[in-house]
Design a protein around this ligand. Structure first.
Ligand SMILES: C[S@@+](CC[C@H](N)C(=O)[O-])C[C@H]1O[C@@H](n2cnc3c(N)ncnc32)[C@H](O)[C@@H]1O
Length: 984
C-alpha cells in the first residue's frame, strides 16, 4: 500500500471496515493485490478532495476529469457501464481513470466475474456507513458507482425530478413516505409502501401489484399515465432457490418485459436490475449464461439485498430500478437465479390460449406452480374458420393438465410440440352434438426429439393444409402445439357395447406429417364403426425416446347433454377421476398408449384394460407416436396430398428453400421421407456430444471472432497439421480437393489408403453379415476436417465453421431423364471447393442398418437406397464395438443430399468427413464440396465408391446409369473395381 502512497493510518480503518463486511474473509481483501482496499482508499481520498473542492454537482469521481463531456451529453447516457461478463469496465467518456493504474481501470470491479459471489457487499458498506451516520452518501467511499451506476448526485435534474415524481413535493406524502434519495437504504417493503403512498397522493400515477408466481413474490408496477416512465419492482417474499425454470422465466421477463423499452440484467446471484431508457428501444440479447445484455451497455453490478436507489427519471432519461430479493448471505452461493416468474408470453402460446390463460380467474397466472395443477379452466370455443366467433365459457368442472416438463427443457420451447398423432374420442348421447375443446400438447423427450417438434411447428401452413385435407368438414385447426378441436361432429358412429349407456363416438385425428400412414388409417376409422381399432400406439419414436402428450379437453357446452361414458371400474388400469384428468391419470393413459389400443364405446382400451372416460368429460384422448416407414403409406390421393412441399422440400428448416420440379413426369413426386436438417440418432448408436468430452486440445477456447484471421492457426487445426481446410472465402482448399480426387482416380494412392481389419470378426461389416465372417474387404482411410464448435471462443462467423452453417447455395431437386430417379442440381454457378450440403440421415449402428435392410428386403421400399457408412476411421481402431460402427441412413429421415446421384470416377462433388461436436471419429459429418467448377443447372453427382460386384454390402449396388466414360457399374460393362479392396 505504501508503494501506492497510502499510509497505514489511512488504510487501517478502511481495512477494518472491509473485513467486517466480508466476514473476516481475507481472501476477498487480498484478491488482486489488495485492489479492493486500494480502490476504497483512493475513493475516500477523492471524496475528501471533492467535498473540499467547490465543484459542480456533476463533478464527482466519475466526472472530475478535465476531459469530461458536456453535461447535456451526460444527461442522455444510460446509467450502467460495467459489463461483468466481458471482464471489461466501460467508463463514460468523462470518467476519470483509476488513480493507481490503467490496468486496474480496465479490469472489472469486484462483483464482476467471480466477484458476483459477493455482489451486495459493496453496497452494504455504503448503506451501513450511511445508517450509522459515519458518512454522507455523497462522500461514501463505496457508493453506487461501484455497482456501475452513475449516482444521482451527478444528475441534479434527476434528483429534482425524483422529488417531484415521488411526491416528495407533497408534504403529506413526504411525511408518510421514507425518502428515496440515492444511497439511502430502503428495503423492498418500504419501497412498496412508499410507492403506494406516492401513487395515492399523485393522481397521475397508478400502481398495480401482481404475483410473480414464484415464492409468493410480488411484482409492483408503477406507471405514469403517459407511459413515459414505468417501473417494476419485484419483491420475493420467500426463498429463491436456484432453479432453471425460474431463470428461464426471469429471462423471459427481461426479454419480453411488460415495459416496452426496458432492459434488464439478471445476475447470477438472484438479483435483477432493470434499466430503462425511456425512449431508447431495447435491443436485449440473452446470453448463454442467462445474462441479458442490452444495447451496448448493461448493469452487471447487483447492489444489495435491498433496493438502494429509485429514480423515476423523466422524458429521455434513464430509469434505474434495482430489484431485490430476501435471502440470507449464507444462501448466496446457491442463488444463481433471479426471482421473477412471468406471465405467459405470446411466443409460447396461441393467442386464444394466451387470452384464456390471462383471464384473471383462469388460475393459471399469479399462482405458484404447484397450485396450478387441476385448476378450473374456462374452455374456449373458437371457430377455426372464423376467429371472430364468440368464446363461450364452459363447465368449470374441468381441468387444465400440466405436467412437469422434461428436466432442462427451456420453458419457451416446452409447449411447442406436435406429436405423432392425437385422437379424440368423444362420447355423447346425441349424434352430431358438437364437442368443443382445447387440446394441449406437451412432450417429453430428448433434445433431439424436441428439435424435431419445433421443426414441425415451423411450418404451420403445411400442417394446416394436411389437416384440412384430412378433415375438410370438421375443420379443426392444428397450430403451434395446440389443436382447437371444435365442432367435431359426432356421426358415423356405432355402439358395440350394451353395458354402456348409449354413448356415441367419433374421432378426430390430428397429425403431423410424422404420421401420414396412421392419419390415413384413422381417418377412415373416424368415419366408420367404433368397433374398428381406433388407436394404434407405438411407445418409441424413431430415436427410441418416449413421448408424452398432455391433454386437456373441455366438457360440452353448458346445457348440452353430457355423455355417459363407459366405466369399467373392475378392469385394472381404469382411469378414475373426479372429473379431471390428473397427471397420474394421464400418465396411466400415456402408459396405456404404449401398447396397441382399441376403442370400445367411449372407453379407450389398452391390452385388455379399459381407460374409462371420466364422468363429466366428453372427450378422451389417446396419444400415439409413430415411426413411419414409406412402405406403410398407402398410395393414392391422400398420399400425394401429404407429400412434400414443391417450393421447399425442407419445409423451412434450411436457410434457403429447396424446391423440387418434375419436368418429365408430373405424376411422380419424391418418395415420402421426413426432411431433417441435422442428423438424428435412430436408437443404439453411441454418439456422445457432451461438452465435457471436448478437451482443451479439441477446441480453441482462447480464440475470438474469426480463427482464420488470427495470426496463428488455432488449436482446432491440431489434427490437420496446423492448417485450416478452408480458405478465407469459405472454400475447401485445393490440397484437400486434390487429395480426394486422387484417392478416387489414382490407383496407387487408392491402394495405399485402403486398410483392413485384422480379421473378419474385427470388421463391423463382415461380422454383421454372417456368424462366420469373411475377411475384411478393406476400408478407405480418410482425411478429416475439424471445425470449431461450441467450446471454441470464436464466433459463428469464424471461417472454420462452414458445414455447420448449413446450405447457402441455391439448389433444386429435379427428376432425371436417364432413369436415375430424382437428382440434385445447382441453380447457380459454383467454384471448386464450394460447400454444397451435408449428408443427413438417421445415425444408426451398422447392425441396425443391416436389420433394417433385411426387414425391407422383398418389400416394396422403392428402387433407391440411401445409407452411407461412417467408416472413414474404422481402420485406425482395433476392437471397434458394434455401437461405434455407425452409418447414416436417409431412407426415412434425411435431407437434400439423399437426392444426389452417383457418378463413376469424375463426379463433381467429393464427400469429406468433418468432425464438429465429437472429438472421436466414429461419428462425423459427411460434407459435399465441389471438386471442380460447376455450371448453373448442372446435376450434382458424387462417386458412391460402390462395389458393383458386392451383392451383400449394406449399400446395395444398382445398374449404373451415370453415363460417365469411366462408368464401372453400367450394364454389360461391370465395374472393374476401381478400389480393389474397398468395403463401400
Ligand atoms: C441416394 S439415392 C439418390 C436419389 C434417387 N435417385 C432418388 O430418386 O431418390 C441412391 C439411389 O439412386 C439411384 N441412383 C443413383 N445414382 C444412380 C446412377 N448413376 N444410375 C442409376 N441409378 C442411380 C439408385 O437407385 C440408388 O440406390
Amino acid at each position: 500500500m505504501e508503494e501506492l502512497g497510502l499510509d497505514r493510518k489511512s488504510i487501517n480503518p478502511i481495512l477494518r471496515e472491509l473485513l467486517k463486511v466480508y466476514n473476516n474473509e481475507w481472501s476477498y481483501i487480498e484478491a488482486e493485490n489488495y485492489r479492493l482496499l486500494a480502490d476504497q482508499a483512493f475513493e475516500q481520498q477523492e471524496a475528501v478532495v471533492t467535498s473540499k473542492t467547490p465543484a459542480s454537482p456533476r463533478q464527482t469521481r466519475g466526472s472530475v476529469s478535465s476531459a469530461s463531456t458536456s453535461s447535456a451529453e451526460k444527461g442522455k447516457k444510460p446509467i450502467c457501464y460495467v459489463d461483468s461478463m466481458s471482464s471489461e469496465t466501460r467508463t463514460t467518456k468523462d470518467e476519470k481513470p483509476r488513480a493507481h493504474s490503467q490496468e486496474v481501470a480496465a479490469r472489472p470491479l469486484v462483483g464482476a466475474g467471480r466477484g458476483s459471489a459477493k455482489p451486495d457487499l459493496l453496497a452494504k458498506v455504503k448503506t451501513e456507513k450511511e445508517a450509522d451516520g459515519t458518512s454522507e452518501p455523497v462522500s461514501t467511499p463505496l457508493d453506487v458507482e461501484h455497482a456501475g451506476i452513475r449516482p444521482m448526485r451527478d444528475r441534479p435534474e434527476l434528483l429534482k425530478n425524483e422529488e417531484t415524481k415521488l411526491g416528495q413535493s407533497s408534504p403529506a406524502a413526504s411525511a408518510a413516505a421514507p425518502s428515496l434519495s440515492p444511497g439511502k437504504k430502503i428495503d423492498a417493503q418500504t419501497l412498496e409502501e412508499t410507492l403506494r403512498r406516492v401513487a395515492s397522493t399523485n393522481p397521475e400515477m397508478s400502481i398495480e401489484t401482481r404475483s410473480t408466481g414464484v415464492d409468493n413474490g410480488t411484482l409492483l408496477i408503477v406507471s405514469e399515465p403517459d407511459k413515459k416512465a414505468t417501473f417494476q419492482a419485484i419483491k420475493d417474499n420467500g426463498n429463491t432457490k436456484p432453479d432453471a425454470e425460474k431463470m428461464e422465466l426471469a429471462n423471459e421477463l427481461a426479454k419480453e418485459s411488460l415495459l416496452p423499452s426496458s432492459s434488464s440484467t439478471i445476475m447470477n446471484n438472484g438479483h435483477q436490475i432493470v434499466e430503462r431508457s425511456v425512449h431508447e428501444p431495447a435491443s436485449d440479447k440473452i446470453r448463454g449464461d442467462g445474462v441479458v445484455m442490452s444495447g451496448g451497455h448493461s448493469c452487471p453490478k447487483p447492489i444489495g439485498d435491498n433496493i438502494q436507489w429509485f429514480n423515476p427519471g423523466k422524458d429521455g432519461e434513464s430509469v434505474l430500478l434495482l430489484l431485490a430479493d430476501n435471502y440470507s448471505e449464507d444462501e448466496e452461493d446457491e442463488l444463481n437465479v433471479p426471482i421473477k416468474s412471468v406471465e405467459p408470453q405470446s411466443g409460447n402460446y396461441e393467442p386464444e390460449v394466451l387470452d384464456l390463460i390471462r383471464k384473471p380467474d383462469s388460475g393459471l397466472i399469479n399462482k405458484p406452480r404447484e397450485d396450478r395443477q387441476q385448476q378450473p379452466l374456462e374452455s374456449i370455443k373458437t371457430d377455426p374458420v372464423n376467429e371472430e366467433s364468440p368464446k363461450q365459457p364452459l363447465d368449470k368442472d374441468f381441468c387444465v393438465e400440466e405436467l412437469e416438463p422434461a428436466v432442462g427443457t427451456p420453458e419457451r420451447i416446452r409447449p411447442r410440440f406436435i406429436l405423432g398423432k392425437v385422437e379424440v374420442a368423444a362420447a355423447s348421447d346425441e349424434d352430431s352434438q358438437p364437442i368443443s375443446g382445447l387440446i394441449r400438447f406437451e412432450a417429453e423427450g430428448t433434445p433431439a426429439t424436441l428439435k424435431r417438434g419445433i421443426a414441425d411447428l415451423e411450418e404451420p401452413t403445411h400442417l394446416k393444409r394436411m389437416k384440412h385435407d384430412m378433415e375438410p368438414e370438421a375443420g379443426p385447426s392444428l397450430q403451434n402445439g395446440f389443436v382447437s378441436c371444435n365442432e367435431v361432429s359426432l356421426k358415423d358412429v356405432t355402439q358395440d357395447n350394451d353395458d354402456c349407456p348409449r354413448p356415441s363416438s367419433a374421432a378426430a385425428v390430428f397429425s403431423s406429417d410424422d404420421t401420414k400412414k396412421n392419419l390415413t388409417k384413422t381417418e377412415s376409422t373416424s368415419r366408420a364403426s367404433s368397433k374398428r381399432s381406433l388407436i394404434t400406439a407405438d411407445s418409441n419414436n424413431s430415436a427410441g425416446t418416449r413421448r408424452k402428450l398432455i391433454i386437456s379437453v373441455s366438457p360440452s357446452p353448458e346445457g348440452s347433454p353430457v355423455g355417459k361414458p363407459c366405466v369399467n371400474n373392475d378392469v385394472s388400469g381404469s382411469v378414475k377421476t373426479n372429473g379431471c384428468l390428473s397427471t397420474a391419470n394421464l400418465l396411466e393413459l400415456e402408459a396405456a398408449t404404449t401398447t396397441p389400443m382399441s376403442k370400445t364405446n367411449g372407453a379407450v382400451t389398452s391390452g385388455g384394460s379399459d381407460l374409462s372416460i371420466p364422468e363429466n368429460v366428453m372427450a378422451a384422448i389417446a396419444v400415439v407416436n409413430t415411426v413411419i416407414h414409406p412402405d406403410e403409406f398407402e398410395d393414392g390421393p391422400a398420399r400425394k396430398k401429404l407429400a412434400h412441399c414443391p417450393t421447399d422440400i425442407s419445409r423451412g428448416t434450411e436457410r434457403l428453400p429447396i424446391p423440387y420440379v418434375n419436368e418429365y413426369n408430373s405424376d411422380t413426386i419424391p418418395s415420402l421421407f421426413k426432411y431433417i436438417p441435422v442428423n438424428t440418432t435412430f436408437q443404439d448408436a453411441y454418439v456422445n456430444f457432451s461438452l465435457a468430452r471436448v478437451g482443451e486440445e479439441d477446441c480453441c477456447g482462447g480464440c475470438y471472432g474469426d480463427c482464420l484471421k488470427a495470426p496463428y492457426p488455432c488449436t482446432c487445426t491440431r489434427e490437420t497439421g496446423g492448417v485450416f481446410a478452408y480458405t478465407k472465402d469459405g472454400l475447401l482448399k485445393d490440397e484437400y480437393l486434390q487429395h480426394e480426387v486422387d484417392s478416387l482416380q489414382n490407383e496407387e494412392l487408392k491402394e495405399k489408403l485402403v486398410t483392413f481389419c485384422q480379421s473378419g470378426w474385427d470388421c463391423p461389416i463382415e461380422r454383421a453379415k454372417s456368424n462366420f465372417p469373411e475377411n475384411c474387404k478393406g476400408h478407405l482411410s480418410r482425411n478429416f476436417i475439424k471445425e470449431c464448435w461450441h467450446k471454441c471462443g470464436c464466433s459463428m462467423e469464424c471461417g472454420n465453421r462452414v458445414v455447420q452453417r448449413g446450405i447457402t447455395r441455391n439448389l433444386q431437386i429435379f427428376f432425371t431423364q436417364e432413369g436415375k430417379g430424382w437428382g440434385l442440381r445447382t441453380l447457380e454457378q459454383l467454384p471448386p471447393g464450394a460447400f454444397v450440403c451435408e449428408y443427413v440421415g438417421e445415425i444408426m449402428t451398422n447392425i441396425e442398418l443391416d436389420k433394417r435392410n433385411h426387414a425391407q428386403k422383398g418389400e416394396s421400399v422403392g428402387a433407391h437406397t440411401y445409407p452411407i457408412l461412417l467408416d472413414g476411421d474404422w481402420c485406425s481402431e482395433k476392437g471397434l464395438k458394434d455401437e461405434e460402427a455407425l452409418c447414416l441412413d436417409a431412407t426415412n429421415f434425411g435431407n437434400v443430399a439423399r437426392f444426389i446421384n452417383h457418378r463413376c470416377f469424375d463426379a463433381n462433388l467429393i464427400d469429406m468427413p468433418v468432425t464438429i461436436e465429437s472429438p472421436d471419429r466414429h461419428y462425423y459429418h459427411v460434407a459435399f464440396f465441389t471438386s471442380r467448377a460447376v455450371r448453373a443447372n448442372e446435376e450434382l453427382t458424387w462417386d458412391y465408391k460402390i462395389d458393383f460386384d458386392d451383392n451383400e454390402h449394406p449399400i446395395e449396388a444398382f445398374r449404373c446409369l451415370c453415363k460417365s466414360p469411366f462408368c464401372r457399374g453400367s450394364s454389360g460393362k461391370k465395374a472393374k473395381k476401381v478400389i480393389k479392396k474397398t468395403s463401400c
